[in-house]
Design a protein around this ligand. Structure first.
Ligand SMILES: C[S@@+](CC[C@H](N)C(=O)[O-])C[C@H]1O[C@@H](n2cnc3c(N)ncnc32)[C@H](O)[C@@H]1O
Length: 172
């Protein structure tokens, strides 16, 4: 009897963990799907990432984009809602030796003021692009670069495209 209760409790606990890790990113953004190494290079080249810039990756996954930005001398901040990926990416950042320039926060990017950044990197999902566009329009400074992997902003003019990476520049 006790064993049955325990296995039921365990089943429910596992289900809740799965819902938390899979459901929250789906509702609040995109599920984890990393940009390829070639894609990372293309995104950084479109954003012309260089030393002294402030870059943000909205949903920073395993930290690969942050590390690449930091290796070019930029300050890179990632917001990530999956705590496992936060942990993994912090380790990767430390291993890459760029912890002084790359930081990962366990936080939803919807709750962040994006006005401090020179470039925004995002690999989202089609149904968030409209709301994200509105948020960026409210918060960005004119001249901010936005690079989106795969998905387009519905009301903005693309400045440049490399394969499936799209560059926008917010004019204000
Ligand atoms: C398609 S992956 C991209 C990962 C990384 N930027 C890359 O290009 O390799 C999207 C990431 O966004 C995270 N995510 C989804 N919604 C989010 C939100 N509201 N705030 C922060 N991270 C979010 C997911 O957990 C996932 O790691």
């Amino acid at each position: 009897m006790l064993l049955v209760l325990f296995s039921e409790f365990l089943g429910i606990a596992i289900l809740l963990v799965v819902i938390y890790f899979l459901g929250r990113p789906i509702i609040r953004g995109a599920i984890y799907f990393p940009t390829t190494p070639r894609g990372v290079k293309e995104m950084l080249s479109l954003a012309e990432v260089h030393a002294g810039q402030n870059i943000v990756d909205l949903g920073s996954g395993d930290g690969r984009i942050l590390i690449a930005c930091a290796e070019r001398g930029a300050k890179a901040i990632g917001y990530e809602i999956n705590p496992v990926l936060v942990w993994r990416s912090r380790r990767a950042v430390a291993r890459a030796g760029v912890a002084d320039r790359a930081v990962v926060y366990w936080k939803s990017f919807w709750d962040i003021d994006l006005s401090q950044f020179d470039a925004i990197i995002v690999y989202g999902i089609p149904y968030i692009m409209n709301d994200l566009q509105k948020k960026l329009e409210r918060e960005l400074r004119p001249g901010t670069k936005i690079v989106s992997n795969a998905f387009k902003f519905p009301g903005w003019q693309i400045v440049n495209t490399e394969r499936k990476m799209h560059l926008y520049i917010w004019k204000g």
